[in-house]
Design a binder for this molecule. Structure first.
Ligand code: TXA
Ligand code: MG
Length: 322
């Protein structure tokens, strides 16, 4: 199959309506989209990604007005979060209506719903009129794609079309929030910061790391990982432990860090802006993965705003695969 890349939304809609798959841009990362209500399309998503069936898919909708169509028992705080952050990088876990295939939710009675920002993808959603199941458009466990080219590099030949919406503006995946009687729970750190969510809902709980049957496989200890070994820690400790030769160093800004001679370094934002850093994170990791360095040394980021999501991804990228 030859993969086309372009901005032809009508062509993309035609493929989706026939049950095929299209990669689509969102503000977070590119998604591998198919009709969430068509089990053949959903099965194909799992196949193309080599994704285990226990890892449920996020369902993308065209607006908050669609949520009651696909979910029941919608808590007041869910409405408040949609009001504040949709369209945007926030996925809500809500009780699903029975007609959403169990395949999409991996048998869970919760469905992850999200209204993404990108205008092209919103136009697509309004043409097709069905919700789009879309995991990140990368092979399972690898770094998510933030440009159409990233998708082509890995899934080219496996899908008919990639809708090109330019580089993603947020760059890390959506924050996933669930609701219990006791309050809101964050299942995955992402593009909406914990601080912003807590302004709306009050204190939230975080689901801690788990590795076996996870509530959200984005929480798997090893995930978002490049092919090269990545080590995550405080700069001085990394420099002490690993040789300069063959090492590439990734940090927010190199200011104030004493980088040993011979180490190539990459700043994600020389101005120290965590939003800019998250936008650059996955592209730089891909670049380093394709460079001739032997290992990636990644500095801990400030544990605030999107810095927390960046630390979360680097920690998982550094975990040994089991
Ligand atoms: O920003 C994003 O969320 C991107 C774009 C394409 O929207 N999508 C994304 O999808 O990151 P994916 O499949 O790579 O990660 C989705 C995470 C998975 O860890 C999955 O387990 C969790 O969301 N998830 C989805 N539906 C769920 C459900 N019903 N219950 C628990 N976790 C769910
Ligand atoms: Mg993913």
């Amino acid at each position: 199959m030859k993969t086309g890349i372009g901005t032809d939304v009508d062509f993309a809609a035609e493929i989706l309506i026939k049950g095929g798959l299209v990669a689509v841009p969102t503000e977070t990362v590119y998604g591998l989209a198919g009709n969430a209500l068509n089990e053949v399309a959903v099965t194909e998503i799992f196949k193309v990604k080599s994704r285990p069936a226990f890892d449920p898919l996020i369902v993308h909708v065209s607006g908050a007005d669609k949520v009651a169509t696909y979910a029941s028992e919608i808590p007041e705080s869910a409405y408040q979060l949609m009001e504040s952050f949709w369209p945007g990088p926030l996925t809500l876990l809500l009780k699903k209506k029975p007609f959403i295939p169990d395949l999409v939710t991996s048998g869970s009675d919760l469905v992850g719903l999200r209204h993404p920002v990108h205008p092209i993808t919103n136009r697509l959603l309004s043409i097709v009129e069905f919700p789009l199941a879309a995991p990140s458009a990368n092979p399972f466990g690898y770094v998510s794609p933030t440009t159409a080219k990233h998708v082509e590099d890995q899934l080219g030949g496996l899908i008919p079309y990639i809708l090109d919406g330019g580089p993603c503006t947020v760059g890390v995946e959506s924050t996933i929030v669930g609701f219990r009687e006791s309050g809101c729970i964050i299942y995955r750190l992402g593009g909406i910061s914990v601080e912003s969510i807590e302004k709306i809902t009050g204190k939230v709980k975080m689901i801690s790391d788990q590795n076996n049957r996870p509530d959200a496989p984005g929480m798997l200890t090893s995930h978002y990982a490049p092919g090269k070994p990545l080590f995550f820690g405080l700069p001085d400790e990394l420099f002490r432990e690993y040789p300069a030769t063959g090492s590439a160093f990734l940090c927010l800004s190199a200011k104030g860090i004493d980088i040993p001679d011979g180490i190539v370094f990459y700043e994600l934002s020389s101005a120290g802006d965590l939003d800019e850093a998250s936008r650059n994170l996955f592209s730089v990791i891909r670049k380093l993965d394709n460079s001739d360095c032997e290992r990636i040394l990644a500095s801990v980021f400030p544990e605030q705003g999107l810095g927390r999501a960046i630390n979360d991804r680097l920690k998982r990228a550094s975990a040994k695969r089991e």
